[in-house]
Design a protein around this ligand. Structure first.
Ligand SMILES: Cc1cc2nc3c(=O)[nH]c(=O)nc-3n(C[C@H](O)[C@H](O)[C@H](O)COP(=O)(O)O)c2cc1C
Length: 426
């Protein structure tokens, strides 16, 4: 017997195998990433949102993620964004029931924008890790932000806990606490927005202190019934931002706080969308949508932003090197995200020791991709990373792939141009 036979290599699980995350077992390890569906009205889910997630669930994924659910009214970034409150429980149940009927689970991405309020004017100074000029809010007159104090932090912690409790009552299987991309909890984690000199600022251990406290409180409140996940940045992108070494500290603190799994993302909405998407924004498509919705100032701003942006060539699995550093540093379940487009990509991520794979654009292009992978119908997504879909988070008919349109009867069932699908659920 040679040594290789004596110690059998442990084969990585297949992404088609079930996985247990705390109290939740998923039928497989494919997760639809939280991607602002823009299918809510007055802060309530609509029938279009239900159709969207039903279609994804029917396409074979293990779990879908209802994106961008603000933990309170003031936590919103955009005026129509869902905000968690008791009166929308029937809508939440319609959404979760539709997904469960197709055999998938559903996670609620719960978030607080902090000073990242881009879609409306807010009264007073917005909360953040630090005080000062608020670049993200300039277009809507949200010019200044203020540094949160202990009582603000206690209040926001309570709001996350309440949102998680409502998610449980609404039938969700998991909550994903958003700690990436420049939202409030990331405003603490990232040195680009945290300039505090107290216990919540300075090194990465201090910067994650408040986000970890939020997670522990949510875990205490609902962790026996729901999987508690967090979406974090593996890095911010710019050299003055959080690094992969910082992300290791963040991950360890969240493991300690009881997270059932971390979803590994990266980049910030204002400073580094090129890093978040591993490619440049489709400014022409964004300007087109903004012109259609009458937002001429926004269209102009996009042109200006496009001229100064760093140019990036898309690579599949573009967060792989960063995410593997986190994989090496913690024992907890980790979900790989970023440029997963093919079955080969999925197998590479599983081979690297990740526990789940998370996809956004590929599933917007091909909602039945997992079924296609399983049946052998397709080994690759048809998504070409044009990023046109991102523009449609500003469109009243909701987020969609630009290639899914009039000639795609399946897509038309989801996106009714006459708004008939954009009615409340109940
Ligand atoms: C149209 C669109 C909307 C998005 N909105 C959100 C969001 O609401 N919350 C979030 O955490 N990430 C959001 N993202 C980022 C994705 O979740 C994901 O991190 C990113 O697209 C990279 O994954 P991918 O390569 O599989 O597309 C969005 C992405 C797209 C394409």
């Amino acid at each position: 017997m040679n040594p290789a036979q004596e110690i059998p290599a442990t084969a990585a699980p297949s992404a088609f195998d079930p996985i247990t995350l705390g109290p939740l077992t998923l039928r497989n390890r494919f997760i639809k990433s939280g991607a602002n569906e823009a299918m809510c009205l007055d802060g309530r889910p609509t029938a279009a949102l239900v159709n969207h997630h039903r279609e994804l669930a029917a396409g074979g994924i293990g779990m879908t993620t209802a994106a961008y659910m603000a933990v309170s009214r003031i936590a919103r970034t955009l005026p129509n964004q869902t905000w968690m409150r008791r009166e929308i429980l029937p809508d939440l149940r319609a959404l979760t029931g539709a997904v469960h009927a197709e055999g998938a689970a559903i996670s609620a991405q719960i978030t607080h924008g902090g000073s990242f309020v881009t879609g409306m004017h807010a009264r007073g100074r917005l909360m953040s890790a630090s005080s000062g000029i608020n670049a993200a809010g300039l277009m809507k007159g949200n010019i200044l932000q203020r540094k949160m104090n202990e009582s603000d932090m206690a209040q926001v912690t309570l709001e996350f806990v309440e949102a998680a409790r409502l998610a449980r009552e609404g039938g969700f299987d998991a909550v994903e606490i958003h700690m990436g991309h420049g939202y409030l909890l990331n405003q603490f984690i990232s040195p680009m927005s945290n300039r505090r000199g107290d216990d919540y600022g300075g090194g990465p251990e201090n910067r994650v202190r408040f986000p970890a406290r939020v997670l522990a409180a949510v875990r205490d409140a609902v962790g026996d019934d729901l999987a508690v996940l967090a979406k974090i940045n593996v890095a911010d992108g710019p050299s003055r931002g959080a690094t992969a070494e910082d992300a290791v500290v963040t991950a360890r603190a969240l493991q300690e706080a009881g997270a059932h799994m971390l979803v590994l993302s990266g980049g910030r909405n204002v400073e580094s969308t090129w890093f978040m998407f591993g490619s440049n924004m489709n400014h022409a498509e964004i300007a087109k949508v903004m012109r259609q919705t009458g937002d001429r100032v926004g269209a102009l701003m996009m042109k200006v932003a496009a001229s100064s942006e760093r140019k990036v060539d898309f690579r599949e699995l573009y967060f792989r090197e960063y995410s593997r550093k986190i994989r090496a540093a913690v024992d907890m379940p980790l979900a790989y995200l970023g440029g997963v487009k093919s079955l080969d990509n999925v197998e590479t991520a599983m081979g690297d020791g990740f526990d789940c794979v998370v996809l956004a654009r590929a599933l917007l292009r091909d909602p039945d991709l997992v079924e296609q992978f399983r049946s052998g119908g397709r080994r690759e997504s048809r998504c070409d990373n044009c990023n046109g879909c991102v523009a449609y988070i500003y469109d009243p008919d909701g987020t969609r792939c630009v290639y899914r349109g009039e000639n795609d009867p399946q897509a038309n069932r989801v996106f009714a141009v006459d708004w008939s699908a954009l009615k409340y659920c109940d």
